[in-house]
Structures are given as structure tokens and as C-alpha cells.
Design a protein. Sequence first.
Length: 270
Amino acid sequence: METGTHAELFKLLDISAEDAQECAALLATPPDSNVQQALDAMKARLGTYPVESITAVDAPEAAWIEALLRFAPLVHAYHLELGIEPAVSAASLADVGLQLRINRRVHGRFGLDTWGWLTLHMAGNLLRLGRLQFHLVPAGVSASGWVLGVHIPEDGGLSPALVDGSFAEARAFFSRHFPDKPATVATCDSWMLDPYLSEKLPNSNIASFARRFTLDRCTDAPTDAVYFTFRQRGLQDLEKLPRETSLQRVVLERIDDGGTWQLGHGHLAL
Ligand SMILES: CC(C)(COP(=O)(O)OP(=O)(O)OC[C@H]1O[C@@H](n2cnc3c(N)ncnc32)[C@H](O)[C@@H]1OP(=O)(O)O)[C@@H](O)C(=O)NCCC(=O)NCCS
């Protein structure tokens, strides 16, 4: 499949090699009704600061991939209209390519089982600044104002210096581009904030990241730590997984001991 026609789009979304071929094939025919529904749902949300992914459209995974590809240029244009630097917009949208590569590791084939996550980016309010992603959303029913949800894309180490830099960039960026939506708090909901992890690997980058946040509560999330450490969905065949790094050992040993991994929900003052 010829991918040259879409060179600019694939560069924006950081899609290459076999994934570019597959994406070009999806774009070779006009959008069907599933794709159109997905496009309509994303269009309705662009610029509206939604908190949740799109769940109301019952389209197959391939339709979502095609719709995300077709919609991303509109999000890029929206970012530029807001005065956001093209490089920041591209870094934010490059999660599409990253998630396609991760899908190959998880399932061994072209696909995007995290398409729902990417529908958040398509509303225009999830931006990558340096090492981290920030999701500007209303604070919620019990509080007024705005918060930045923090997410950690897979991209090498998470040194404290990189995290400091990313938060510093976010503070300046959001007050410049979204002055009417001031966020004074950042939140994080992640397996990385499970206190068990900081207890077992106190000197790790993950623990140092978690310590920035005040832990509000924890909820069971039995499969998250396995997914993010091994890129495996589910808890089957754990004995086949490697125990090479300290994190791999900690994740598996807790399950071996009958424990359950959790999501830590935390916040920090910006
Ligand atoms: C979060 C992340 C960037 C941390 O990487 P890091 O800075 O290298 O982590 P640390 O320095 O704290 O690592 C401590 C140990 O765990 C290992 N480790 C960290 N992440 C690992 C991973 N994803 N898989 C296997 N081992 C990992 C390190 O190699 C190190 O092992 P060692 O002590 O044997 O040398 C990395 O785990 C990652 O990319 N995760 C996927 C994204 C993610 O989980 N996002 C949050 C979603 S809610």
C-alpha cells in the first residue's frame, strides 16, 4: 500500500513501517457509516473538555482507527487556532503511533485496543508537555475550577528532573493558552501510585514520582500493573513472564503471594 500520500499525517501521528501500510489501507476507501459515527462523536466533543472517553458509539476497532486518523488533522488545526505550538500538538497526537506500536507488542498484530483512550486526545484538551501528558478538565461535582489529570506515556525513564521540567512547562503552558481555566491542582490515577510499589522499590523513579502526590484513596485494579509492566492483558500464564527487572519481580511476587494490585488516586498542588 502506497503510504506517501499520507506522509504528513503519519509524521504528525508518529506512525511508521507496517502500521503506516495498514493505516494507508484503511484510508484508501471512503469512510463507512461506523467510521462516520465515530467521526461525528469526536466532532461533537472537540473543544468541550470531556473527562471520559467516548463509549456511546458501537463501532469496531478498525473503524475507530480510521476515524482517529481522519479526525487528527482537525485536532491539530484546533490546537494551532488556540496558539499552541505545532511541536506540542504533534507530540500530543504522536500517542496514536505509540499506541499502535504497543498494540503490536500486546497482541502481535495491527490494531488499537486503546482507541478509547485516544478519543480523549481528540477533544483537544490532552496535551503532552515534555515527559508527561496533561488533561485539562473540570474539577468535578464536589469542587469548582479546573484540574490537570497527569498521565505517563511509555518513553524511557521517568527521572525526577524530567518530571520537574514537565510540570514547570505545564504551569506556564496552561496559564498562557487556557487563562480562563486556571488549574491549581494536578491529579493522577495510576498503578504507579499503589503504595506497595513505593514500599518495595523506595529508590525507584516510580516511587519518587508517586511521592509527589498526596494519596487520596486506592481501588482494586488487578491487571493494570501486569499490563503496564509486561504489556499483557489479563493474569493468565504469569509463570512465563520474565523476572529480570526489580519491577517485574515485585509485580509478580505480589500476585504469587495472593495480593491484588491497586490504582492509587492522588493529587498535588501545582
Ligand atoms: C513509568 C516508567 C516510565 C518508569 O520507568 P523508569 O523510570 O525506568 O522506572 P524506575 O527507575 O522506577 O524503575 C525501577 C526498576 O523497574 C524497572 N522497570 C521500570 N519500568 C519497567 C517496565 N515497564 N517493564 C519492566 N521493568 C521496568 C527498571 O528497569 C528498574 O529495574 P532495576 O531495579 O532492576 O534496574 C515505565 O515503567 C513505563 O514506561 N511504564 C509504562 C507507562 C505507564 O505505566 N504509565 C502509567 C499508566 S497509568
